[in-house]
Design a protein around this ligand. Structure first.
Ligand SMILES: [Zn+2]
Ligand SMILES: [Zn+2]
Length: 339
């Protein structure tokens, strides 16, 4: 018996009676992380990591029907042993491990292998079947270590300051924003949009220590913003408010900037290839570490990536899913394609 099947509602474990990140409402959803393409409103029950719950509550108003687990704790659902393992993608992000009669299947959700200083570090989990995302499953995607990217960002900000420009970083509210805050706050005061401030407060209440940031209000002085770093979500990048700031300079942080380097994206002045997804070598390392006999490839460059895996002797098959609409990197690619 296969542990999971791919249905029109999502990845389904029939024996357990639950779906993993379903895109239509179901009775029992296991949620890998808090990005909107993985959380559909309207499921009767949710199961997720302890630190995904504050996100579900803050963003989707879900509370009473959300059950949580810490990493590695195994529970039994109709005979299926289920546990969550760090995916390193955003705070609380989990791979879902299922075991039944010695057969093990792991569903990755979104993941990255580089430790970002804020999400629990990715952990490979040995299994027979691995369902892997492949957002950046093309050989051109090869990230620089994040300390190099952060140095580039700091240099850009310093040069903006010298020219009296206001540095605005575009980052999705969940994930990239906290990663920037954690890694840049020692250099400059950080001003954040409400959506980011709200999420940070929810994390703080759940015991996640983020460096101090300042919520942007109508009273915030433009001179102060010019002296610090402004972080806002992608939807606001082209808005009036940004244009009203003192000489706004916009920096986009996304894996897609790897292929956009040196090219202008809308009003962007700089692009930094900082991604919360694994790059090509990261995906390959992660997959090899699972020692899986069979890999299902979802979410991204499924055709090319699964073809390559088969060529190197790892049995792989692409499956179509509906993920990839509301993740930071995915939001950006949509905007890029529209332009
Ligand atoms: Zn996703
Ligand atoms: Zn995601």
């Amino acid at each position: 018996m296969a542990l999971i099947e791919f249905t029109n509602k999502g990845i389904y474990c029939k024996k357990g009676g639950f779906y993993i990140d379903p895109w239509h409402p179901v009775d029992y959803a296991v949620t890998t992380h808090g990005h909107a393409d993985h959380v559909k409103w309207g499921n009767k029950n949710y199961l997720c990591h302890d630190l995904t719950k504050p996100i579900l509550t803050q963003r989707y108003g879900l509370e009473d029907n959300v059950q949580t687990l810490p990493y590695h704790q195994q529970i039994d659902i109709n005979g299926i042993k289920l546990s969550l393992h760090p995916a390193g993608h955003v705070i609380g992000s989990s791979q879902i491990r299922l075991e039944y009669k010695g057969e093990i299947c792991v569903v990755s959700g979104d993941y990255k292998v580089e430790y970002d200083e804020i999400s629990t570090a990715f952990e490979p989990v040995k299994c027979h079947t691995f369902v892997s995302e492949s957002t950046f499953g093309l050989p051109i995607y090869h990230w620089e270590p994040q300390h190099i990217i952060f140095k580039q960002i700091i240099n850009w900000i310093t040069s903006n300051h010298q020219k009296q420009k206001t540095s605005i970083l575009i980052a999705y509210s969940l994930g990239k924003a906290q990663r920037l805050i954690k890694n840049l706050s020692s250099d400059y005061p950080i001003y954040v949009h409400n959506s980011i401030a709200n999420l940070n407060e929810a994390f703080a209440a759940a015991g996640v220590n983020l460096p101090k940031t300042i919520r942007i209000t109508p009273e915030t002085k433009k001179e102060d913003l010019q002296q610090g770093i402004v972080i806002i979500p992608p939807a606001l990048a082209d808005g009036k408010w940004v244009k009203s700031l003192m000489q706004p300079a916009i920096g986009i942080c996304s894996g897609w900037m790897m292929v956009r380097a040196g090219r202008r994206w809308r009003s962007a002045d700089a692009g930094f290839a900082l991604s919360d997804h694994a790059d090509w070598p990261g995906l390959l390392d992660a997959i090899k570490a699972t020692e899986a006999e069979k890999v299902f490839v979802t979410h991204g460059s499924t055709a090319i990536f699964s073809k390559y895996l088969n060529e190197i002797g790892i049995e792989a098959e692409e499956v179509s899913t509906k993920y990839g609409a509301d993740d930071d990197d995915d939001v950006l690619i949509k905007s890029i394609q529209e332009n």
